[in-house]
Design a protein around this ligand. Structure first.
Ligand SMILES: [Zn+2]
Length: 175
């Protein structure tokens, strides 16, 4: 569900945003299965979440597509569009891979990139101590930075088979 007041009422990007989008995409169609070089005039602005499904017209929600791919996407969301082509969204793929890593491996990657993941400060009446950062905090910081290539270079850890954590928190199931 979305709030209609929350999104822009305009359905297409302004010229400046289009130029930013075009440059951000390196003048290429952003469909990983395509990657065709396109002229600025040819660019079609695709929505990651389609307008029909409540996606807003923002740079964040926009993708630079060639005519063919824009047609191909239709009203599908970006993830569905990729899935239909047999492509896993690289960002999701990396996040999944990171989740399969152990905390030592995540620390290793963070160190390599000079990323300091802060723990949570726990304050008590007399004292404050720092709780070590959680796996989730590492993953959030790393997921935008780590490349697939790097993931394959992470030293293997024995028994990394992490059991899937229960997604539901108790607060979600109060009903
Ligand atoms: Zn294309």
């Amino acid at each position: 569900m979305w709030d209609d007041d929350e999104r822009d009422s305009k359905r297409s990007l302004g010229i400046r945003d289009k130029q930013i989008l075009y440059r951000r995409a390196n003048k290429k169609c952003e469909n990983p299965a395509c990657g065709k070089k396109i002229e600025f005039d040819e660019m079609q602005v695709g929505h990651k979440t389609s307008w029909a499904r409540g996606g807003s017209t923002t740079l964040k929600n926009s993708v630079c597509l060639c005519y063919r791919c824009n047609k191909l996407q239709g009203t599908d969301g970006w993830a569905t569009f990729l899935k239909k082509q047999g492509i896993l969204d690289p960002k999701i793929k990396i996040k999944n891979s990171l989740e399969a890593l152990g905390i030592t491996q995540l620390k290793f990657l963070a160190k390599k990139h000079n990323i300091k993941v802060k723990g949570t400060v726990v304050e008590t009446l007399f004292d404050s101590s720092i709780k070590a950062p959680t796996k989730r905090q590492y993953i959030n910081r790393l997921s935008g930075i780590i490349t697939e290539k790097e993931l394959s270079s992470v030293p293997k850890q024995q028994s990394t088979q992490v059991k899937r954590k229960k997604k539901r928190k108790s607060s979600d199931s109060w009903w």
